[in-house]
Ligand binder design. Structure first.
Ligand SMILES: *[C@@H]1O[C@H](CO)[C@@H](O)[C@H](O)[C@H]1NC(C)=O
Ligand SMILES: *[C@@H]1O[C@H](CO)[C@@H](O)[C@H](O)[C@H]1NC(C)=O
Ligand SMILES: *[C@@H]1O[C@H](CO)[C@@H](O)[C@H](O)[C@H]1NC(C)=O
Ligand SMILES: *[C@@H]1O[C@H](CO)[C@@H](O)[C@H](O)[C@H]1NC(C)=O
Ligand SMILES: *[C@@H]1O[C@H](CO)[C@@H](O)[C@H](O)[C@H]1NC(C)=O
Ligand SMILES: *[C@@H]1O[C@H](CO)[C@@H](O)[C@H](O)[C@H]1NC(C)=O
Ligand SMILES: *[C@@H]1O[C@H](CO)[C@@H](O)[C@H](O)[C@H]1NC(C)=O
Ligand SMILES: *[C@@H]1O[C@H](CO)[C@@H](O)[C@H](O)[C@H]1NC(C)=O
Ligand SMILES: *[C@@H]1O[C@H](CO)[C@@H](O)[C@H](O)[C@H]1NC(C)=O
Ligand SMILES: *[C@@H]1O[C@H](CO)[C@@H](O)[C@H](O)[C@H]1NC(C)=O
Ligand SMILES: *[C@@H]1O[C@H](CO)[C@@H](O)[C@H](O)[C@H]1NC(C)=O
Ligand SMILES: *[C@@H]1O[C@H](CO)[C@@H](O)[C@H](O)[C@H]1NC(C)=O
Length: 508
């Protein structure tokens, strides 16, 4: 059944459709960002054999950040005597320390690995060390010679806690909408959609299309996923593309994102959809991506309005589809085991940039002083943590202090003698990019601004934020001073934010 929405309602739904912020971030997934976001191993091909007192086990351990797979062997002369240490084949330097134990139904693993990544910092590789443990069900058979052979029927994900360079247990995400809902995989064989609403307007001259625009809200019937799509039409014939945005709940983005592409043919009012979504409801170790396509005529009601010239008309149409329409699955692909709960490994991260290249943006610097007491200053400025990217987001926290004493007689350039002033946070901007505390000192004569600043990052490990602290030394850009009565107000002439690196950063 076609549901009609007003244009205002459609505009409201379409409002967040502002560019795909994830497409770019996805490209930056490398050793460093994967090590911070999803440190883990995948245990594959596990086999063990126990005869008499000797157990021999072997498996592959794939480090998902480095993409290095090691073949490990563990032996124990007493089958149930606890942890057996494992050795990597062909490895002289033991970077992965692994231990294994098993009974007739379960195998347990312990990993402790140190590795380094140089993709972001080629001249100074960053060293990671991580610990993890997990267990997997075994399938064992005992033959007549009393040899017990076991294997695991699926790979095992061993999630790690980072011990270095920072102590965190990275959070995983819930994954793309509907992926683990029972029936996701099965129903994907008969894809179906519904157009909940559409609004189309076409400008024609002598019956020939000149321009127009289209808004469509389309729902994947099985998944319960709704995409809002829109586009501008040209006078060209044939289907024209629309761009789509899905439901963007405010949360950490998934590594895999549902993708919807529509096209609309103004001659026939036919809508074509291509959509990719993800299912792992049958087995999280075997996630699949499903791409399906379908076409449907839109069932709409139209009104024609005459323009100023008699041949000039505008047609407004609205409607949807009469119930659902079916499509065909065009491709299915197996993805890496357990990968649907991985977050998007993004380099634009509070934690990662605070460790690799900590810096703050500053703007709106101003001071007030009086002609009769020009050593007492009130100062105010904006600051925002840089979390990757080459521009500030504009969500500055406003920091101020009263009674900043400009102790140095003008001319002396010694910042060391300046007193520290406790920052007062007047407004926070984006809380994730604001300092949690700071002190600053300022020298009017040289425009030297020094800060001791603290901040916190909870982007990777929601449960236990990391607290950072460091120092910033910077020069405030040119100031313009205006005197009115006895008051002197100085403010930056250039409204552009400026950036300063943090030195001596520490974290815990
Ligand atoms: C197994 O271990 C027991 C005690 O440790 C020992 O007495 C026995 O000889 C061992 N059997 C074999 C086949 O090694
Ligand atoms: C990981 O390694 C495998 C084989 O060694 C290779 O086929 C695959 O493309 C690599 N993946 C990445 C993300 O580098
Ligand atoms: C490991 O050693 C075996 C034989 O000693 C060799 O055939 C194999 O290529 C080696 N593998 C690696 C990854 O070095
Ligand atoms: C992990 O391995 C490192 C180096 O081999 C060692 O120093 C550290 O104590 C180990 N950690 C644990 C928890 O076993
Ligand atoms: C296994 O990991 C859990 C937390 O994930 C931890 O509490 C437990 O102590 C670990 N076990 C061993 C033997 O390290
Ligand atoms: C256990 O392994 C056997 C032989 O490989 C196989 O036939 C059986 O289906 C497996 N059982 C389970 C529960 O996976
Ligand atoms: C859907 O994908 C097919 C095959 O890649 C392509 O031919 C078709 O034009 C696409 N349709 C839309 C609406 O993008
Ligand atoms: C629009 O113009 C056509 C022909 O120019 C005319 O027949 C029709 O009545 C007009 N409609 C309206 C609503 O003015
Ligand atoms: C829509 O469905 C109703 C009843 O299901 C039917 O009567 C009507 O003809 C359909 N309209 C179109 C345009 O298919
Ligand atoms: C699915 O594809 C087949 C052949 O490619 C086609 O005949 C059929 O109409 C398609 N079904 C749908 C619902 O598009
Ligand atoms: C600040 O740090 C960045 C990245 O670490 C570096 O490229 C830049 O040169 C530094 N700027 C200054 C002024 O030191
Ligand atoms: C300076 O004085 C002006 C005017 O009274 C006021 O608006 C501004 O907030 C003051 N700035 C600081 C840093 O005190």
């Amino acid at each position: 059944m076609a549901r009609l929405l007003s244009l205002t309602a459609l505009a409201a739904v379409l409002a967040p459709a502002a560019g795909n912020v994830f497409a770019l971030a996805q490209l930056t997934a490398g050793c460093t960002s994967s090590s911070f976001t999803t440190p883990s191993w995948l245990v594959q091909d596990l086999r063990s054999q126990t005869s008499a007192n000797l157990t021999v086990a072997s498996f592959h351990a794939l480090n998902r950040a480095t993409n290095v797979s090691l073949e490990l062997r563990c032996t124990s002369s007493t089958p149930t005597a606890g942890w057996q240490s494992c050795r990597a084949r062909n490895q002289t330097e033991q970077s992965l320390v692994a231990a294994f134990q098993a009974d007739t139904s379960t195998a347990w693993f312990l990993f402790n690995e140190t590795w380094s990544c140089s993709d972001v910092t080629p001249s100074k590789p960053l060293t990671f060390s991580a610990l993890g443990n997990s267990s997997v069900a075994l399938n064992c058979t005992t033959d007549t010679s009393t040899t017990t052979t076991c294997h695991s029927t699926k790979p095992l994900l061993v999630k790690a806690t980072l011990a270095s360079p920072v102590k965190i247990t990275p959070s995983y995400v819930s994954g793309p909408l509907g992926h683990d809902t029972k029936g996701c995989t099965a129903q994907s064989r008969t894809p179906a959609w519904e157009v909940a609403a559409s609004q189309i307007n076409l400008r024609k001259v002598s019956g020939v299309l000149q321009a127009g625009n289209v808004f469509v809200i389309i729902r994947n019937d099985h998944l319960g996923y709704t995409a809002s799509c829109g586009g501008v039409l040209t006078g060209a014939s044939g289907p024209q593309p629309l761009t789509c945005e899905g439901q963007l709940a405010y949360r950490r983005p998934d590594k895999y994102q549902i993708d919807t592409v529509l096209s609309f043919a103004p001659e026939t009012f036919e809508l074509a959809v291509n959509q990719t979504w993800f299912c792992d409801d049958q087995d999280p170790a075997q996630p699949v991506s499903i791409t399906a396509s379908g076409t449907t005529p839109l069932s709409v009601e139209c009104q024609v309005f005459n323009g100023t010239a008699p041949t000039d008309t505008t047609t407004f149409c609205s409607g949807g589809t009469n119930g659902t329409f079916a499509g065909n699955t065009t491709s299915r692909a197996l993805l890496q085991p357990y990968s649907l709960n991985d977050p998007l490994p993004t380099a634009d991260s509070c934690t990662i940039s605070s460790i690799l290249s900590p810096a703050w943006w500053f703007n709106g610097f101003e001071t007030n002083t009086t002609t009769n007491n020009n050593q007492v200053v009130t100062a105010q400025f904006g600051m925002e943590l840089q979390t990757g990217g080459t521009q500030s987001t504009g969500n500055f926290a406003i920091v101020a202090a009263d009674g900043v004493v400009d102790a140095t007689p003008s001319g002396t350039n010694s910042s060391a003698e300046l007193p520290w002033n406790t920052c007062v946070l007047q407004s926070v901007g984006d809380a994730a990019l604001a300092p949690t505390g700071c002190e600053f000192r300022y020298d009017m004569a040289s425009r030297f601004l020094g800060l001791r600043v603290q901040w916190a990052c909870a982007d990777l490990d929601r449960g236990s934020p990391i607290t950072f602290s460091g120092e910033v030394r910077t020069l405030v850009p040119d100031l313009t001073c205006v005197t009115s009565g006895t008051r002197i107000r100085c403010a930056a002439s250039d409204p552009q934010p400026w950036r300063a690196n943090v030195t001596s950063v520490t974290w815990k």
